[in-house]
Design a protein around this ligand. Structure first.
Ligand SMILES: Nc1ncnc2c1ncn2[C@@H]1O[C@H](COP(=O)(O)OP(=O)(O)OP(=O)(O)O)[C@@H](O)[C@H]1O
Ligand SMILES: [Mg+2]
Length: 242
């Protein structure tokens, strides 16, 4: 039998123009920082932006942006609270500080449930912070959010890039659009993935250097936007004309 929530999801996302998943395959490469600051940059440019933290086990975008004390309002579904003009949705509203470990089907059920009840209304961009791995979250996003496009984050490491190649292959096989790959935490001595990207079908979007100032700006959006990290990410955003 067809799950009625699937129709509900289509309806909930019908006024969302672009859905962008920030993903990697690999953990700890900067997906959450990229997705949080990407949402901030797009919002400051005047776009209507939503940010959804899909890392149910260890959500972190609220910590990066300094979002606390918010709770969604319920009105024929739930309305994501707004933080600095960004509509923000995270499992953290419900799980608080407790760890939430979900098995495959339970993850999918929670994911579908949240998508089916969240009222985004009109958005230019819905940014998804993906958990690490090529797993249920990746497959569910592709399945239930059909217009999704991917931005892939990697560090300049053979280990990270080999996982990223697998993600790119998977997305290409499933015919999902890849906006391109960002190389994060670059330093002078590191391995460069730029050349290797030619082998796989994905565009190189640019690099973000290792920024020692980044961590101390967490929780303060004004400071975050002045970091080298944000300036480099904004250049990438301007270049791909988002
Ligand atoms: N360009 C950078 N310069 C300095 N530190 C960075 C940079 N990018 C990310 N970091 C740091 O690296 C760590 C991992 O970043 P983040 O949590 O965004 O990665 P992630 O890919 O979302 O991790 P996970 O897979 O666990 O979700 C954080 O402590 C973050 O502050
Ligand atoms: Mg993360």
């Amino acid at each position: 039998m067809l799950d009625p929530r699937i129709k509900a999801i289509e309806h909930r996302l019908s006024q969302v123009k672009n859905i962008i998943a920030v993903s990697s395959g690999k953990g700890g490469v900067g997906k959450s920082v990229v997705s949080s600051i990407l949402a901030l940059i797009l919002s400051k440019k005047g776009y209507k932006v939503g940010l959804m933290d899909l890392d149910f086990t260890s959500p972190s975008t609220h910590l990066i942006l300094g979002i606390k004390g918010l709770f969604p309002e319920e009105k024929e579904g739930i309305i994501p609270p707004t933080f600095e003009d960004i509509k923000f949705m995270s499992i953290v509203y419900f799980s608080k500080d407790k760890a939430l470990s979900l098995r495959g089907q339970d993850f999918s059920d929670s994911f579908i449930e949240i998508l089916a009840i969240t009222k985004w209304n009109k958005l230019d961009y819905l940014i998804l912070d993906m958990p690490p791995g090529i797993n249920d979250a990746t497959l569910d996003v592709i399945r239930y959010m059909r217009k999704v496009k991917f931005i892939i984050v990697t560090t300049p490491s053979i280990l990270s890039f080999s996982t990223v190649k697998k993600l790119i292959d998977t997305l290409n096989t499933l015919k999902i659009e890849i906006i391109g790959v960002i190389e994060n935490m670059k330093s002078d001595q590191t391995y460069s993935i730029g050349e290797e990207l030619g082998e796989v079908k994905a565009k190189f979007l640019g690099e973000i250097p290792f920024d020692p100032e980044l961590e101390k700006c967490f929780g303060n959006t004004k400071m975050l936007l002045t970091t080298k990290f944000s300036r480099e990410l904004e250049k990438i955003v301007n270049e791909i004309r988002m």
